[in-house]
Design a protein around this ligand. Structure first.
Ligand code: CA
Length: 225
């Protein structure tokens, strides 16, 4: 899952990026509204954390322009604690959730997890595809109840596939959603990690759909494009 953090206070920006990276997400970052707006307008993020008080372009305007431009990714806004009117304006501008400053990082992480699940159409914090179960809170995957040992890269990839289980996901989509903007997009990293994951999963669970991509298949279901 790939996230964007738009926050102009350098320390807070760094804390958010560090915490979200540690949680296994690819994170891009912007320190002002203009750059944040540009990135959100051009890159496919799974969720955005957006401060409202930003230089060059305020957060409400950034959000309004994204929504006007059909950029529909989930957005979590950061508001000042005593400014209830900011929360109302932010939600009306198209935010999905808010956190008031100062906040506990755990709250940001929990709200981001919820937005990512909802964005992929899941309500529960545990997502199942056949015998696979992803616990999004514990960042853990089990197969028929037994934990699977995964590296952080493997987990990131499998987590994305589980969130989108039963749907064909292209290699480009995987690269765009698993790596930050500095990633070398010509590399065959995705194929390598798919190969490693296949060794840890039942045969044919990750299907290759020729010319289209990969699909984590529910044994009872089918892959849809
Ligand atoms: Ca600010």
């Amino acid at each position: 899952m790939r996230l964007l953090v738009v926050e102009d206070e350098p320390d807070l920006n760094r804390q958010l990026v560090d915490a979200l990276s540690d949680a296994g997400y690819a994170v891009d970052t912007a320190l002002d509204g203009e750059e944040g707006h540009f990135l959100g307008d051009t890159e496919p993020y799974d969720t955005v954390v957006l401060d409202l008080g930003l230089p060059l372009m305020d957060g409400i305007s950034v959000l309004e322009q994204w929504r006007r431009n059909q950029r529909n990714m989930p957005v979590l806004i950061l508001t000042a604690r005593d400014r209830w009117s900011d929360k109302v304006a932010g939600m009306d501008a198209g935010a999905d959730d808010y956190v008031a400053k100062p906040f506990h990082m755990e709250e940001i992480l929990a709200r981001v997890r919820a937005l990512l699940r909802r964005g992929a159409g899941h309500a529960s914090s545990e997502i199942e595809v056949g015998p696979l179960r992803l616990d999004t809170r514990a960042s853990r995957v089990t197969l028929d109840g037994a934990a699977i040992k995964l590296t952080s890269h493997e987990f990131r990839l499998l987590s994305y596939l589980v969130h989108h289980g039963g749907r064909v996901v292209s290699r480009t989509e995987l690269i765009e959603h698993l790596y930050d903007q500095d990633f070398d997009r010509d590399s065959n990293t995705v194929e390598v990690f798919i190969g490693r994951l296949r060794k840890k999963l039942p045969d044919q669970m990750i299907k290759t759909v020729r010319g289209l991509g990969y699909c984590l298949e529910d044994p009872n279901g089918k892959c849809t494009e």
